[in-house]
Design a protein around this ligand. Sequence first.
Ligand code: SF4
Length: 206
Amino acid sequence: TGLQNPTANSIDTLSQHFPLCMQHLHRTLRANSHLKHFGRLQYTLFLKGIGLSLEECLIFWRRSFKLITDEKFNKEYRYNVRHAYGDVGGDANRRGRGYTPYSCQKLTTEPLPGPGQTHGCPYRTFAPDNLIGMLQSVGVGDRELLKDVREDVKRQRYHIACNRVFEHGHRVQLKRVKDEALWGAAELDTILHPNEYFKRSFLLGH
Ligand code: SF4
């Protein structure tokens, strides 16, 4: 499982490096064998951004939607995945490229998800108690950290909360790359994109 060549089979393992927005989508998908439209779009573009090929992405979604037939999948879902990758539809500009994975800026300002929808940034879309519960469920349990996160989201500093969680979770590795000057300033700057979060987390390892 490399950063260069992720496959449908490697997503479960790689998801440990996903930011909370994408972990939430992944866990919902695994729990329900389904995701609603905007969640699918957000997640598809993120997976494209981590380097998952269109073919592997289609395999990923087909296998994940366990409860439906191939026929239904092909009719209702396949097109949207291909569209996101620029394989079909879109204007001439997007053909062959498709759509760009969403940034934190977009995900923290777009219209809030409705009932049953799971897209967006959880630091913003979740009620604070639910957010804390979710962080604990993915292994973020430090009380001081969670207190600071609560304060961040109260002030609507969602990406600051997310960066705080990232930095705490990788504090040992980050100390090392700083001490040994392995990363430049840009690589240590505030994370503003879910794909950047993934990239850094993956490179730092565990
Ligand atoms: Fe995802 Fe960005 Fe929100 Fe973090 S701040 S959970 S990366 S949208």
